[in-house]
Design a protein around this ligand. Sequence first.
Ligand code: FMN
Length: 334
Amino acid sequence: MATYPNTFRLMQRGCEFLGTETAILCGAMSWVSERNLVAAISNAGGFGVIACGAMTPELLDAEIAATRALTGKPFGVNLITMHPMLFDLIAVCARHKVGHVVLAGGIPPKGSVEAIREFGAKVLVFAPTLALAKRLLRSGADALVIEGSEAGGHIGPVATSVLAQEFLPELAEEHVVFVAGGIGQGGMIAAYLEMGASGVQLGTRFACASESIAHPAFKQAFFRANARDAEASVQVDPRLPVIPVRALKNKGTELFSQRQREVAALLDSGKIEMAEAQLQIEQFWAGALRRAVIDGDVENGSVMAGQSVGMVTREQPAAEILAELMEECETALS
Ligand SMILES: Cc1cc2nc3c(=O)[nH]c(=O)nc-3n(C[C@H](O)[C@H](O)[C@H](O)COP(=O)(O)O)c2cc1C
């Protein structure tokens, strides 16, 4: 990789933490972040993260082994905290001596951070509020990802720019903090680094890399879309809390509203409990995302994408995207 002195200076702590040349993570994307994209990102000097999603421990085991076969560079594993076999998945990461585990999708359950640290891995967590971030960092988390509502996939309600102003002045001096959501160009990376971030995480920009196995129709949908096409899902029933998901507007968006109404009716009739209702909603997303990413059904599936999708205009190798981001960041800093 070329030298980018100003960028490297500000990324140094993030690079040391990740063991990489650049402190740019490719955030885990279910179905997309598998061996090929993860290895490509890491081989190019970034930090790839396997999306475990709903995988079984056996599938995760195979995915880690296959990724290792493609790269000798560090990469991480993203685990969803509500996975019913979370501790078995952590055991798989331990067997493979995975260096970094990202806990996503909710507050890490009791004992999970400890179980990961026990085998020597570093733990990255998400936190929706400053108070929770402080608590997680006090209780053993090694680094924090703050992710704003511009991002693709499941999102919180607050914009990245606001989270950055709120979290970085309080935490960045002492802790490693990565900023995610809505980053499409290196100039934005420069801004967050100058505010104290140790690095950044991007998803949308990398989803259509040449090495990504996403279906050509999924990639074409990205190339066609503008920022305003990536909409957050709406909650149909006030009693059924649904974590919003940002995806390209299509028939699948309407199917989701319909599914919510069906699940709400089941809840009303007493046929299912709230936990089951929420699980059914999450299962809807997992299935719909697979349909779009793997089968290429971009009409009925879920084309999860962030608002930076307008800046994704063509297929490029991961190394080229990373080099472009670093170049732009360096230009902004000098
Ligand atoms: C298609 C897609 C799938 C995603 N799946 C996951 C996931 O399984 N777990 C997770 O923690 N984040 C997931 N994300 C979020 C990304 O890891 C990343 O944080 C986000 O894309 C960053 O914001 P950006 O899209 O604006 O670059 C997903 C994002 C996209 C676009």
